[in-house]
Design a protein around this ligand. Structure first.
Ligand SMILES: [Zn+2]
Length: 120
């Protein structure tokens, strides 16, 4: 592949870098990747804000601007946050599911005992 600015021949190694080694202009595919990243990040932010209102900006997954860059660590942060929320919710449901039957059993048992006492 040749540089779109100076026509210099680029090696595969050169193409992994954002700038042309000869004229130092930003390579076209890196510029396009950065544009796409901005667009994807904007869509991602809109979607996450719609689904999770009030979510802190640091919790919204965003991809890096560099060509071939790994995903931002906030993907993991988001997953961890959602997991902890889900665990809290599951804990509450467990408490409700266990405590209410016990309370009901005690109330019913108490009523049964009172009824038995009154019969005697
Ligand atoms: Zn060039």
């Amino acid at each position: 592949m040749n540089c779109a600015h100076c026509g210099g021949t680029l090696t595969l190694e050169d193409m992994t870098k954002p700038n042309c080694p000869f004229c130092h202009n930003v390579l076209k595919h890196h510029a396009q990747a950065a544009e796409h990243a901005v667009l994807v990040n904007k869509i991602m932010a809109d979607r996450f804000n719609a689904q999770y209102p009030g979510i802190p900006p640091g919790q919204i997954p965003q991809i890096g601007h560099q060509f071939g860059a790994p995903m931002n660590a906030s993907f993991d942060q988001f997953a961890a946050h959602q997991t902890s929320q889900a665990l809290k919710r599951a804990g509450m449901i467990t408490v409700i599911a266990v405590v209410i039957p016990i309370v009901l059993a005690l109330v019913i048992g108490g009523v049964a005992v009172v009824l038995m006492l009154f019969r005697m």
